[in-house]
Design a protein around this ligand. Sequence first.
Ligand SMILES: [Zn+2]
Length: 248
Amino acid sequence: MSAKASDSKFITFNISSQDKSQPSQNVLSLTNVAPVGKTWDKHRANADKVFQYYAKADEHCFQQYARRVRICSELLEFQLMPEELEGILNLKLSDARFCRVRHCPVCQWRRSLMWKARAYKILPQVVTDYPKYRWLFVTLTVKNCQIQELRENLDSINKAFKRLTELKVWPAKGWVKSTEVTKGKNGISAHPHLHILAMVSPSYFSHGYLSHAKWVALWQRCLRIDYQPVIHTSGSSGMVIANAQEES
Ligand SMILES: [Zn+2]
């Protein structure tokens, strides 16, 4: 990664895996300039791994993905923006080119920030409009699967969730659903699951309350499976909106 100051307002960073092997007098890590650089460096390093996986594949379409991921966010343009406190300048991304490949770590990270920002924008208004409503955090899982079975599994999980929301006993008036796939403990399987933030009526805990056992039974029924899936639930009387600007 190299950087140069083009004028007093803009700093252009050139991120490339190839740069790392080339000695340069003026190489400056983004991490050295701002804390956010550490996060960029982490995701860009993961993108380098992904593009190498694609490059090794035989399929033609994967070669195209490799080329796109390799140059993703190669050029980042930041603008120095004044913060509310006078005299403090922060780097704000003003221009970049992203590859938009579904499995690019940089693009997935940026996408997650966008969805997080949208949620943080909407939720305070929902809390204001429905101050007495309660909130549930529900994690719905299934057994780990092989990577090759992931598409099929995600499809059945999403269909099962739709069935769940159509049940009479479904308690939420509104919800936010996030699909996550993590690596199984054995390092090669996939662990697809759903995180649900659900808004339920103020009387939920006295009328229409679903016990943990009931959640498990309903999720099992909607999945149409012969084992009891793992579910985590927790309730909250209010909603705390954390710092929307935090990048992780
Ligand atoms: Zn990308």
